[in-house]
Design a protein around this ligand. Structure first.
Ligand code: UTP
Length: 288
């Protein structure tokens, strides 16, 4: 029986350069898709997967996320006085029990692997999930719940994967697939951002992971990889052979909200599915 996944690390310390100037003073993770910031989608998905402890790896200019998960007393008071109960409820909807969200600071943006390593003391000796909030995955059940279910069956380490066009492999971590069982595929190799000609497959890792704490020992080596960054992929690759390692082909639609087109597609897709917005959207946009 695997040890249960009760913690999640949400790395939110990236610079978000692809979204400048919007991300100059506002974290990328606070960009809204419709009316909700990306970070809230990630926290909701984690809670729906039964995860209890939320660890945000933050950086400079990210304090606003702490405020988002806290009371906004002045706003709440005004809404109360005006009798705006629905707005008041929405504003209070993300208040988790005190102590469930912890924040740790990545002092220099040295890469995703380094961000995860910054959470090592809070992760301790427990398996943990990781979600990149700018990868928005719309699915029922949520992608993390699907991953936790797969983990409860398989144990070890699990990465979420999806098939991508061969010319896009250089944007992702890519697996070498082994034996398949339903939606789970054994991972026998893992490489970050391979050139399409060298990619071992077109199965790309997207921003959901379940990892064993031993990955921290590999991250501790601070190996610099693709793009001059400390890559999570390189540390995970070293776990292959040491521990069970699988890819889970999740059900759901993934949007790269760290890119303008991905973010726009997420907004359009969610608006098209929203009963209050879909008609208005259809009147201004023609869908193929
Ligand atoms: P990205 O590769 O999207 O980088 O990070 P970025 O800096 O956020 O954005 P661009 O490419 O400059 O536009 C993937 C995830 O890893 C986190 C990011 O916050 C995002 O969730 N990250 C990345 C860190 O927390 N620290 C880092 O040093 C790098």
């Amino acid at each position: 029986m695997s040890r249960a996944v009760k913690k999640i690390v949400l790395p939110v310390a990236g610079l978000g350069t692809r979204f400048l100037p919007a991300t100059k003073a506002i974290p990328k993770e606070m960009l809204p898709v419709l009316d909700k910031p990306l970070i809230q989608y990630a926290v909701e998905e984690a809670i729906a997967a039964g995860i209890e402890d939320i660890i945000l790896v933050t950086g400079r200019n990210k304090q606003v996320m702490e405020d988002h998960f806290d009371h906004a007393y002045e706003l709440e008071k005004i809404l109360q006085e005006k009798g705006k109960t629905e707005a008041l409820e929405i504003s209070r909807s993300m208040l988790l029990e005190e102590g469930r969200i912890a924040y740790v600071r990545q002092m220099r943006p040295l890469g995703l692997g380094h961000a995860i390593w910054c959470a090592r003391k809070l992760v301790g000796d427990a398996p943990f999930a990781v979600a990149l909030p700018d990868d928005l995955i719309v699915g029922k059940p949520g992608a993390l719940k699907q991953m936790v279910d797969a983990y409860n069956e398989l144990g070890g380490n699990i990465v979420a994967t999806m098939d991508v066009a061969r010319e896009d492999t250089s944007k992702y971590g890519v697996i070498t697939p082994g034996r398949r069982s339903g939606k789970n595929v054994e991972v026998t190799g893992l490489v970050e951002k391979p050139h399409p000609a060298d990619a071992p497959s077109t199965q790309a890792v997207v921003g959901r992971y379940i990892l064993q704490p031993e990955v921290m020992a590999h991250l501790n080596k601070k190996m610099v990889g693709a793009g001059g960054e400390i890559q999570l992929t390189d540390a995970m690759a070293q776990l292959i052979g040491e521990q069970p390692f699988h890819a889970h082909e999740f059900d759901g639609q993934r949007f790269d909200c760290g890119s303008k087109i991905g973010w726009l597609m997420a907004n359009m897709t969610l608006a098209a599915a929203d009963p209050h917005l879909s008609e208005q959207l259809k009147s201004i946009v023609t869908f193929k």
